[in-house]
Design a protein around this ligand. Sequence first.
Ligand code: ZN
Length: 86
Amino acid sequence: MITEPGKNKRCPLCGGQLRERRATLPFVVKGTVVIVKGALAEVCDDCGEAFLSGKVTDDITALLQDAVNRDVELAVVTLSQVPSPA
Ligand SMILES: [Zn+2]
């Protein structure tokens, strides 16, 4: 799911309010479980579904590929991103 940041959005699944926050997301790729921490996502208040922006999706795809290449069963990675201005 591709979303544009910074807009007031509704969850396409249940219509709940989406809020931008850092989420911990589990992925399974080719038998490798990858836990991605600190992913900036829009998370639904009601159903908890997380929607990623295109940029974050690119970052996560690279991390997943790296974990698969290392042939590990479980990897926990933290997305290092520039902190948003306070
Ligand atoms: Zn929802």
